[in-house]
Design a binder for this molecule. Sequence first.
Ligand code: ADP
Length: 480
Amino acid sequence: MNNSNLIFDRSFVDGKWIAIGASKFDIVNPANGQKIKSVNDGGVAISEKAIGVAFEAFQGWKKTTAKFRATLLEKWHNLILDNTEGLAEIMTLECGKPLKESKGEVSYGAAFVKWFAEEGKRTYGDVIPPHTENRRLVVIKQAVGVVGAITPWNFPLAMITRKVAPALAAGCTVVLRPAEETPLTALAIAHLASIAGFPPGVFNVIIGKDASAMGKVLCESEKVKKISFTGSTRVGHLLMSQSASTLKKLSLELGGNAPFIVFEDANIDMAVEGTIVSKFRNSGQTCVCVNRVIVHEKIYEKFSQKLKKAISKLKVGNGMEEEVNIGPLINKDALKKVNDFVEDAILKGGEVLLGGKRIGECFFEPTLISNANLEMNFSKEEIFGPIIPLYKFSNDEEAIKMANNTVYGLASYFFSENVTRCWRVAEALEYGMVGINEGLISTELAPFGGIKFSGQGREGSKYGMDDYLDIKYMCFGNII
Ligand code: ADP
């Protein structure tokens, strides 16, 4: 193991490891149910303390230069990469994803830190040609203040750096509450941030089991100026209403229901490969995973047979084992939800072409279901598990209508070799992101985010800074 120097068991606030009270809770390995570590439950008390500390730290941090902040972010980036093995092991232990995916997440997550180190130096303002001779109009951008970040368990590292790096680069300070399932990765990267030299109080990580009480404190505090959340649409709604009294800025990365359309002129082998990569990452537990595969009737049979063959090659098991492609689901509730989806689909006429069953207490077989229809529960809900439902269509309008027939609007995908169709369909899809002949679209260089019930705001890219900056207009008068 390469991680013993990276494991911590309490909150990181004001540059110190802090336990409040004696209450603890266990972090368990979803692949076998075994305890990894007990951590201190800081609850509301640590949340309030961290907010006060971050507010004080902001008064100094906001005055530092972007260039100085970039040097610290660069060091943090390098330290994260230097600790790839240890961080990846912690991630696989606490969230179950295969080790090679965890290593991929370390470099993906670190890339946001490097990107925003650079981008922070480019938060340019404007000089506006004035409307009268004696005035000069200038626009600058300033850090919004203390940011409350709330992150999920499915990307224990990258969902944090996507928020914390632009916030710190902009001159904000941060109170982060990672998911109670995966706090160890968060604490490990906080430790690395402290080695990189971020001053005490600039980046705080609060650990506790009671998500709703801790979230409420963050939302209702007047000292917190912004909430950045990744998680379910249900909790997104709640955070938005809780933030109303303080009129907070909000960035919300919520659920998805990604369609994946395969047109009759698609390269079928590429489409099969695209389906596999975008469906089975993290055992299907990502918000951009394909939820509905919508296939033209002329190629439906051929595509489904090729897809079945490709899925049957995937190996399920403990993510620490080499060659495993699909790890456990995060917990028993997740397993039950996925199993319920399959039972519901069978009752409503679905045909299981492959898989469809649990394996022991922690795993679920990669599953292919034919004859899917809009009555089935997974047509409306996010699956978050290794199931692919196959739907059939006969013309473009029908495919677009089916794809848009959801409250969600995060990622969408389609395969076609016809450039006119590609433009037309990409423009017609009501989604924040479209993969065209591509199943893996996420990169720190491009804006990640959704519309409709999938949220608001963008992470990564030049747009990812905007969520952490206020625009200030300055009007200079009497210039003669
Ligand atoms: P998921 O299905 O990914 O677990 P959730 O929205 O339930 O989605 O959780 C995402 C993050 O939000 C986790 O860190 C979780 O602990 C946290 N969370 C859950 N409920 C609340 C809440 N009421 N207020 C604040 N955070 C919450």
